[in-house]
Write a protein that binds this ligand. Structure first.
Ligand code: AMP
Length: 392
């Protein structure tokens, strides 16, 4: 068990907190979705309410180790000031003398936001000297950015060498749910995977086969599995080099007594366009047609499997959901899962975005804030940013 923020004293302390403020911005640099900032508020408020001095750090976008104004954290500081109804002072850099002086003069209840960590290449390199400088601003370190916990960077792992370290409330919830589903899930357990990249999901399937009862596969990745079973997939996206692996998965699933469910009908079109003429086909996709969503019979069959499940983990959309005509499978299943009396854990990224878009966020047990990190957790990999925190 890792220490959490409530296990350490923050009163009068300089609390160095890693948050995930990597928010989407439009051309005018207005934040289009502030949910990542809002999600960090419970930990932020806890520190302030308990007399801590808060030094926040985050990355934004991919400035590739250089100072690029289009990636500065000014919009984040502004939004945080509004949300907290107080002045959040943003630094021009994340290290250096000016930061040192400012932090030295902080009072209990003050908040300082360091500039984008990734303006320095040393952040991603987990450079020890850089990590030591960051750590020098705090008395304790709080990790609340689950989305970067699978990366050993200076602000996630490096700083823990120098400071007592604990999880914030967001990371605590992620650990709670992912520990539960990977170590002690209530059965029957359905793992539903979709999205495009097969290779990303194979290690997840391999690690989870011994713990799940049902494996449901939709999205583009299903066509690689269907092809390995000699079904016609037309011009759908297939990863040819993964068909052998798919065959192996069927074998392993049968050894583990896991029921595998693949699409039995498809929404297809000849081109990937919102306006393309589309139709539903059963079983085989004819030449020249592209499978872009699961069909109605598949939705029905997936629903009946999910209805039997007490634990559901879902990662990856069931179709090309960014285009409305191909979003039905993803939407229908999201609505259905939201109503079930089961532990429902949604992997981050696209699936999480789709569920928030539909206003179903509050109806799931847990929606992960990390796409890559949640997949690695399900792969059974110990995330470096979590492993580095102090044990209770
Ligand atoms: P991934 O990053 O592997 O989870 O893939 C997510 C992407 O898969 C999303 O952008 C979806 O639009 C895409 N996707 C899902 N199903 C299909 C499909 N049938 N054909 C093409 N792309 C798809």
């Amino acid at each position: 068990m890792k220490k959490v923020i409530t296990d350490v004293s923050v009163s009068g302390k300089k609390v160095l907190m890693r948050a995930d403020f990597n928010v989407p911005l439009n051309e005018k640099r207005n934040i289009t979705d502030d949910s990542r900032i809002v999600a960090a508020l419970p930990t932020i408020k806890y520190v302030l309410d308990n007399g801590g001095k808060l030094i926040l750090m985050s990355h934004l976008g991919r400035p590739k180790g250089e100072v690029k104004t289009e990636f500065n954290l000014t919009p984040v500081a502004d939004r945080l000031s509004t949300l907290l109804k107080m002045n959040v002072q943003k630094m021009d850099d994340c290290v250096g003398e000016h930061v040192e002086e400012t932090v030295d003069h902080m009072k209990a209840g003050d908040v300082v936001l360091l500039e984008n960590l990734r303006f320095h290449k040393e952040e991603k390199e987990n450079d020890p000297a850089f990590a030591k400088q960051l750590a020098s601003f705090g008395d304790i370190f709080i990790e609340d950015a689950f989305g970067t916990c699978h990366r050993a960077h200076a602000s996630t792992v490096g700083v823990t060498e120098y400071l007592p370290s604990a999880a914030g409330f967001l990371v605590r919830k992620e650990i709670e749910y992912f520990e539960k589903v990977t170590k002690d899930p209530e059965r029957p357990f359905a793992l539903m995977l979709g999205g495009a990249k097969v290779a990303d999901k194979i290690p997840v399937i391999k690690n989870m086969l011994g713990k799940i009862d049902f494996l449901l596969i939709g999205g583009a990745m299903a066509y690689t599995f269907l092809k390995s079973r000699f079904k016609g997939v037309g011009a759908s996206r297939v990863e040819e080099n993964m068909t052998k692996t798919a065959e192996k998965i069927f074998e392993l699933a049968s050894i583990n007594n896991v029921g595998v469910f693949l699409p039995k009908d498809h929404v297809v079109a000849r081109t990937i366009k919102e306006t393309a003429k589309r139709k539903v086909v059963k079983e085989h996709i004819p030449d020249g047609w592209i499978g872009l969503d699961i069909g109605p019979a598949t939705i029905q069959s997936f629903k009946s499997v999910l209805a039997e499940s007490k634990t559901i983990v879902w990662n990856g959309p069931m179709g090309l959901f960014e285009m409305k005509p191909f979003a039905t499978g993803t939407r229908e299943l999201a609505k259905y899962i939201a109503k079930l009396d089961a532990t429902t854990v949604i992997g981050g990224g696209d699936t999480a975005a789709a569920i928030y878009q539909m206003g179903l966020g509050k109806r799931m047990s847990h929606i992960s804030t990390g796409g890559g990190a949640s997949l690695e957790y399900l792969e059974g990999i110990e995330l470096p940013g979590i492993a580095a925190l102090d044990d209770k």
